[in-house]
Design a binder for this molecule. Structure first.
Ligand code: ZN
Length: 221
């Protein structure tokens, strides 16, 4: 098998090498042991020789010692009503894991010393979501990205509740005229708030700030 790394890939490997070299020096100055000393030395050799085959072997050696990225929950192609999803998995201890949500934003979290990581607040869009997870520190080794597909169903938390002002029961098709108080979290009609001079219609609440259905907080329990 012939392996060829393109220019971009080689650049990523070199950048990772320099980052780890710095980490190694920092560890040395602190009198700490650097866990990747050997594979880093092998990688250095391969980069100096500019030998693609040797580079491939060096990267395989890395692959062997690292904890592979895997996701424990949620399951792939699962359905949920939880808008702020919790993503949990395992990867190389103390490294950085990145999560991209629908190509719109990226979160990062540090893996703990036992290899466990959690993203608590992955804000999902309604319908199908594509989440991409990868190990930010060790992506250079195999460019491995884990694709996670989650379907978010709408759940109307205002259903079964009443507008405090008119005492009307909310209906699903009234979504656009329902707001949620930022202070007491109660749902109410926007026209009830207008009638109440812009104030929350709950007796003990004097808030003038509200969420609508475009805000994430509107959709939380
Ligand atoms: Zn309120």
């Amino acid at each position: 098998m012939t392996v060829t790394y393109d220019h971009q890939r080689l650049q990523d490997i070199r950048l990772a090498f320099h980052r780890m070299k710095k980490e190694e020096v920092t560890a040395f100055l602190r009198g700490e042991e650097y866990p990747y000393e050997r594979p880093l030395a092998i990688l250095k050799e391969a980069l100096l020789k500019k030998d693609q085959k040797e580079l491939h072997v060096a990267l395989l050696a890395w692959q062997k010692i690292l904890t592979p990225l895997r996701i424990i929950s949620p399951g792939n192609y699962s359905r949920t009503q939880v808008k702020l999803a919790r993503i949990e998995g395992y990867s190389e201890p103390n490294s950085l894991v990145a999560l991209e949500v629908n190509q719109s934003y990226r979160l990062k979290t540090r893996v703990d010393k036992n290899g466990h990581f959690t993203f608590d607040q992955a804000d999902l869009a309604f319908g199908d979501n594509t989440l991409v997870l990868y190990n930010h520190d060790f992506l250079f080794i195999d460019n491995f990205r884990f694709f996670l597909h989650i379907h978010l169903e709408r759940h109307y938390y205002f259903m079964g509740r009443h507008d405090p002002f008119t005492q009307r029961a909310f209906q699903a098709d009234e979504l656009d005229s329902i707001t949620r108080c930022k202070t007491c979290n109660n749902f109410m009609y926007d026209y009830s708030v207008m009638e109440n001079h812009g104030y929350c219609t709950m007796t003990d609440c004097s808030s003038k700030a509200f969420f609508d259905s475009k805000d994430t907080e509107f959709w939380l329990p």
